[in-house]
Design a protein around this ligand. Structure first.
Ligand SMILES: *Cc1c(COP(=O)(O)O)cnc(C)c1O
Length: 386
């Protein structure tokens, strides 16, 4: 798995710190979902955060220095660590609306005079974009779920447009314009493009691919594939844009102040990016494929479960997962099964799909948990051969 088992101490039970509170930990076969804690931080990240906690530092200086290092590591002009990708969306919205404001500061009283429209493909209208509305932006949808024309985007962009927001998920591609077309339209009108790539890792190249394509900022979650702190994010982009984001962000007393990344978050995110770029991603993907194989082998021995290997993860990233479908089961049987897995220890959380379908994602499993999952599935479904 990526990350995981940061502080292996022989004889110490994993999860004891949560059980002490009466909160039973969860085996995460769902993927890097914030509600389950995002990801598990590797030792390198946990140690960096512990060291960061040992002294005071000027947070503005730290953000600037970490930003320079992050920019270098990700082949970008500039970088900043917001308190999550959604906080990055808020700050990117602020930076877009204030592009003609001399001090670059977003003030609520100024909103009526600012460009506030954020043009977004209908298929890209995801709940996270409420962070744009929180900054005072208004989402303007363009196109249809079955396709979008360049002319439709052209007419949607005008003087009231603050930016175009783009969410690069592979499986949405048929319903949206390619990013290079969007960048072309945006540049023609002189408006920025914000890419919400929160869950678009791997591939690691995405850390520079979107900005190379000409977008002003690309946003990533610190707590997903990067295996950094869940309360951190990574914004990479042009210097002027990133500086306007930072100017509206914590620790300064601006509108972004409630979305704070602390010194441990900044240092932890940097350690996570260094760790992530040092991983052998092909080897990781082979490891994921072996975990998927485990479920394929398990299901092939059963008549009541059909299995397929999926090439794309839940967010459309190129990591494999197993798709399992209950065959001949009563309506609602899948929910009964997932609920039983979720509520009785060892608690296991899996993602539901269409009727009767559920998925197992390998990237958040700790080695050995795949066998635990199939043991529990067998126990709940019965032997299932005849
Ligand atoms: C997870 C996610 C976010 C939010 O990221 P945080 O780092 O948790 O703030 C935003 N957009 C998309 C597409 C996401 O998948």
């Amino acid at each position: 798995m990526t990350g995981g088992r940061a502080l292996d101490v022989p004889g110490r039970e994993r999860g004891a710190i949560y059980r002490r509170l009466g909160v039973e930990p969860i085996v995460n076969g769902r993927s890097t979902f914030t509600v389950l804690g995002g990801s598990l931080m590797p030792r390198e990240v946990v140690e960096a955060m512990a060291l960061a906690a040992e002294c005071f530092v000027d947070l503005v200086e730290l953000q600037a220095a970490a930003g320079r290092r992050l920019a270098e590591l990700t082949h970008n002009e500039a970088a900043f660590v917001p308190g999550g990708a959604a906080a990055g969306l808020f700050l990117a919205a602020a930076a877009s609306m204030t592009r003609d404001v001399p001090d670059g500061l977003l003030r609520l009283a100024d909103l009526p005079a600012l460009p506030r429209d954020f043009v977004v493909h209908r298929a890209h209208r995801i709940p996270y974009l409420s962070a744009v509305e929180l900054a005072g932006g208004q989402l303007v949808e363009v196109g249809r779920l079955d396709g979008t024309l360049e002319e439709e985007l052209e007419v949607a962009v005008g003087p009231a447009t603050a930016a175009i927001v783009y969410v690069p998920k592979a499986y949405l591609a048929p319903s949206v314009l390619p990013l290079d077309v969007v960048v072309g339209v945006a540049q023609h009108h002189g408006v920025p493009v914000i890419v919400d790539a929160a869950a678009q890792l791997p591939p690691a190249e995405n850390l520079w691919r979107f900005t190379e394509a000409g977008v002003d900022v690309a946003l990533f979650s610190g707590g997903k594939a990067l295996c950094g702190p869940a309360s951190s994010g990574l914004a990479v982009g042009s210097r002027a844009f990133i500086e306007r984001m930072a100017g509206n962000a914590a620790p300064l007393d601006r509108l972004g102040r409630p979305m704070k990344a602390g010194k441990e978050d900044v240092v932890g995110l940097l350690a996570a990016v260094e760790w992530y770029l040092g991983q052998d991603h092909a080897a990781l993907n082979r490891q994921y494929a072996r975990i998927v194989d485990h479920f394929v082998t398990w299901a092939r021995n059963r008549r009541d479960v059909e299995v397929t290997r999926e090439e794309l993860g839940e967010a459309g990233q190129p990591t494999p997962r197993a798709r399992l479908a209950l065959v001949g089961a009563a309506p609602g049987a899948r929910d009964v099964l997932l609920n039983a897995l979720r509520t009785t220890p060892p608690r296991i959380d899996l993602l539901a799909g269409d009727e009767g379908v559920f998925y197992v994602a390998p990237e958040t499993l700790v080695p050995g948990e795949e066998a635990l999952i199939t043991r529990r599935l067998t126990a709940l479904l019965g032997r299932g051969r005849d």
